[in-house]
Design a protein around this ligand. Structure first.
Ligand code: HEM
Length: 352
């Protein structure tokens, strides 16, 4: 399955590479490229294919709708902690509910197609199989058919929303950081060339790209796409005399924690992938200070897929292009549920 995933990632990445190549050629050897949208489409392509196999074109329409929901939710994020707020029929909530119903309908249509046309080797198949054991566990509940359907729909939506923009935004920030740090860009490119030569990418090669790994880890430290991890206290807790009552929602600010000089040293705000050279555990005072994928039993289930995808995309870009920051780039990290670039990442790109 991993081999098939890597191949589909390479195929999707090649579409972006060849469109950038054509653009550079048309522009006479140097182009200004805003990379965000291309990377977002690339990542949508990968997760849609990984999740819905041959039905990925319909699946991509679902992405667009989920993105609309994300945008709407970010406008009311400040009220998210108010109990019951999401049930109040204000305009934004009504729009969200409408889109949610459309998404549910579309996902159900895809599931029906799959059940009618037979198995494929993708995440949807795994979710459907998971739903079978879920059904058995819930056999005695009165509404198990409805809950099984919800289980499938919610899992599809979770994977879509959790696995799509997180990865493309990380790739954008990573290119921005490498464009601003030519020494690291050259170093990672040299590693990729040395590991791959002219051979097609495979899992063993990706595993041996230590410098690229460090660069991605440092990107996720400085620009973790998920700014917070949320938890609800299931019982009264006392942490160093600080009382947290049962039922309280807690937001753990990943982005703040990962740049705290007390935990990371005086260069906490600087791009220095070297800090990860002895692994995550030795990079800061406490290993828990680094949590771009969350922590504990609810840690990101897609982290290995994400790291694989990032390595595939970035290594292919690095061996094909040299890039620097455009003189018109405006640094504008902004919080829209995820930490992304408001004006986009604009690079000056030449073909190698
Ligand atoms: C760079 C990319 C990614 C980042 C930074 C990221 C980050 C996160 C974070 C912070 C959480 C919350 C964890 C917690 O509460 O402790 C999470 C959860 C999750 N992620 Fe990711 N993620 C990424 C990519 C992906 C991908 C590619 C997938 C799917 C294929 C995925 C699927 C999920 C799912 C399903 C959850 C919910 C897990 C649960 O609640 O049990 N993520 N992710």
């Amino acid at each position: 399955m991993l081999k098939a995933m890597i191949n589909l990632m390479v195929d999707s990445a090649k579409i972006v590479i060849s469109s950038w190549e054509s653009k550079v050629e048309r522009d006479g050897g140097v182009s200004e490229i805003k990379v965000d949208e291309d990377l977002q489409n690339l990542s949508a392509d990968v997760i849609a294919k990984a999740c819905f196999g041959s039905n990925y074109i319909e699946a991509k329409e679902i992405f667009t709708k989920l993105r609309d929901i994300q945008r709407l939710m970010s406008t009311i994020f400040a009220y998210a902690g108010i109990p019951g707020f999401r049930y109040i029929p204000i305009r934004t909530n009504r729009e969200i509910w409408k889109i949610e119903k459309e998404i549910d309908r579309k996902i159900m249509k895809l599931i029906k197609q799959r059940l009618d046309h037979g198995e494929e080797k993708d995440l949807l198949q795994m979710i459907l199989e998971g739903a079978n054991s879920y059904e058995e566990k819930d056999r005695f509940t009165t509404n198990y058919v409805a809950s099984r359907e919800r289980f499938i729909i919610d899992n599809c939506k979770n994977i879509f929303s959790a696995g799509h923009e997180t990865t493309s935004i990380t790739a954008s920030w990573c290119l921005m950081l490498l464009a601003s740090n030519q020494v690291w860009q050259d170093r990672v490119r040299a590693e990729v060339l040395q590991v791959c030569g002219n051979d097609p990418l495979n899992a063993t090669m990706l595993r041996s790209m230590d410098t690229l790994n460090m660069v991605i880890q440092e990107t996720l430290r400085l620009y973790p796409p998920s700014a917070f991890v949320n938890r609800e206290a299931t019982e009264d807790i006392n942490i160093n005399g600080f009382q947290i009552p049962k039922g309280m929602n807690i937001q753990i600010p990943i982005a703040v924690m990962q740049q705290d000089p007390e935990l990371w040293g005086s260069d906490a705000h600087k791009f220095n992938p070297e800090r990860f050279s002895n692994g995550v555990i030795r990079a800061s005072k406490f290993p828990q200070a680094y949590t771009p994928f969350g922590i504990g039993p609810r840690v990101c289930v897609g982290q290995h897929l994400a790291m694989t995808e990032l390595k595939v995309i970035l290594s292919l870009i690095l061996i094909n292009f040299q890039f620097s920051i455009s003189s018109t780039y405006c640094h504008s990290p902004v919080f829209h549920m995820l930490i992304e670039s408001h004006h986009g990442v604009l690079l000056k790109v030449t073909k190698i």
